[in-house]
Design a protein around this ligand. Structure first.
Ligand code: FAD
Length: 369
């Protein structure tokens, strides 16, 4: 009986020791030291693991479990919002800070039009992660399924070569490939790709946080992390209010005149995207380095809504694709749950005549990929 109790206790201690303890005070550091010391002892001689030490460890473990560990997640995009779910499930108190305003609710009618945000394809691995953290059901309600590919490329070009099962669409140069359903003989994939706008995925995850973790997770929008102070015992996030440059903009204007908000946390997570302020701050203040690979295929993008519902019989459950190598142009469009398509036109930034044409036709939200 006591053997079972001891081994259970030891598991408990190991569980805490494996956890990411943060040194908040010298007394906590002492406790942390005690745990690792006892584990080393135990590895050397299990039999000497005395009841007295166990009793001490029990109280240490319980106090560590009850101490609220605090985390700042900088960036409330798909990665940041899901990280907040994961931390909340482990008992952390979390503040998510995002520079931009909250996206419309996932069931807002504006999503159906296909005008807002590019689409993300969720493959089997992405769906599995969302399922693991209890978010896939909500995301699935707003995601369309992609059952194959509709290629607008001329037959003979690299992407236009019809696949084994591609069928020519009569009266056009286009081809259509439909995937076999997962689980059927010869199926190409073990999952059906689900797609939804990046901002709508973010809306789903933020709603998941509000519905399931409101007591633990606070989300602050319109607040930009402008730096980190790493000189103290705990990292301090420095943040300023900010407003988007325009209704479509992905960047925002920081209010430099406002008072800088400074708040300390046990843990800071940088989920603030490709131009991460957190990464820059950590590198400049701690001597850490970030390895960035040279971008040999820089491209810009412009989202273009298509409205297949306007043309009867147009397939809206496929990935529409077009590629023209000589012009350096590519286009991929994915369906919304409502049956419209969001296209992303990709082009090289130095291809002036195309850039100028696209810019003057529809100027604006571009981002280097
Ligand atoms: C055109 C296009 C198509 C794509 N297609 C796919 C696809 O099909 N499948 C796929 O998996 N991926 C795709 N991606 C990539 C995908 O969008 C990114 O991998 C994903 O959005 C990364 O999520 P994230 O949360 O890390 O960062 P982001 O989505 O970039 O979110 C970062 C968040 O941090 C906030 N932020 C930034 N700086 C600060 C700051 N200083 N303070 C506070 N907040 C800040 C921003 O407001 C934003 O909300 C595509 C990308 C593009 C551009």
């Amino acid at each position: 009986m006591i053997g079972i109790f001891l081994s259970k206790m030891y598991e408990l201690v190991l569980e805490y020791a494996r956890g990411d303890f943060t040194a908040q005070s010298s007394s906590k550091q002492h406790k942390r030291g005690l745990v690792s010391h006892v584990i080393n002892q135990h590895a050397r001689c299990k039999m000497r693991f005395g009841l007295q030490v166990l009793a001490q460890l029990t109280s240490t473990a319980v106090s560590l479990r009850t101490a609220a560990r605090t985390a700042a997640v900088v960036g409330g995009g798909p990665a940041g919002a899901l990280t907040a779910v994961m931390l909340a499930r482990r008992g952390w108190q979390v503040e998510v800070i995002d520079a931009l305003p909250s996206p419309p609710a996932a069931d807002d009618p504006s999503w159906g039009a296909g005008e807002r945000s590019y689409q993300l394809g969720l493959n089997g691995r992405g769906q599995r992660s969302l399922r693991q953290f209890g978010c896939m059901q909500r995301v699935g309600r707003f995601a369309a399924s992609v059952n194959g590919r509709l290629s607008f490329a001329q037959v003979g070009s690299a992407r236009g070569k019809p696949g084994r099962d591609a069928e020519a669409i009569p009266g056009t140069a286009f081809t259509e490939t439909r995937f076999k359903p997962p689980g059927t003989p010869g199926a190409e994939k073990t999952y059906v790709t689900r797609v939804l706008q990046r901002d709508r995925l973010q809306a789903c995850l933020l709603e998941e946080l509000a519905a399931g973790y409101a007591a633990q997770v606070r989300v602050s929008h319109g607040l930009s992390c402008v730096g980190l102070d790493l000189t103290g015992e705990r990292p301090v996030v420095e943040a300023l209010p900010c407003t988007p440059r325009s209704s479509e903009a992905e960047e925002c204007e920081v209010d430099e005149a406002a008072q800088c908000r400074r708040r300390a946390y046990d843990l800071v997570v940088g989920a603030d995207g490709v131009r991460s302020t957190v990464r820059k701050a950590v590198c400049s203040k701690s001597g850490a380095t970030a390895l960035r690979f040279a971008d040999s295929n820089e491209r810009r993008y412009k989202t273009i809504p298509f409205h297949p519902t306007a043309v009867e019989g147009t397939a809206a459950d496929l990935n529409w694709g077009y590629q023209n190598k000589s012009l350096g142009l590519g286009m991929d469009a994915l369906p919304t749950m409502e049956g419209e398509m969001v296209g992303v036109l990709l082009f090289k930034p130095l291809c002036n005549h195309i850039c100028n044409h696209i810019w003057s036709a529809c100027c604006s939200s571009s981002l280097s990929l």
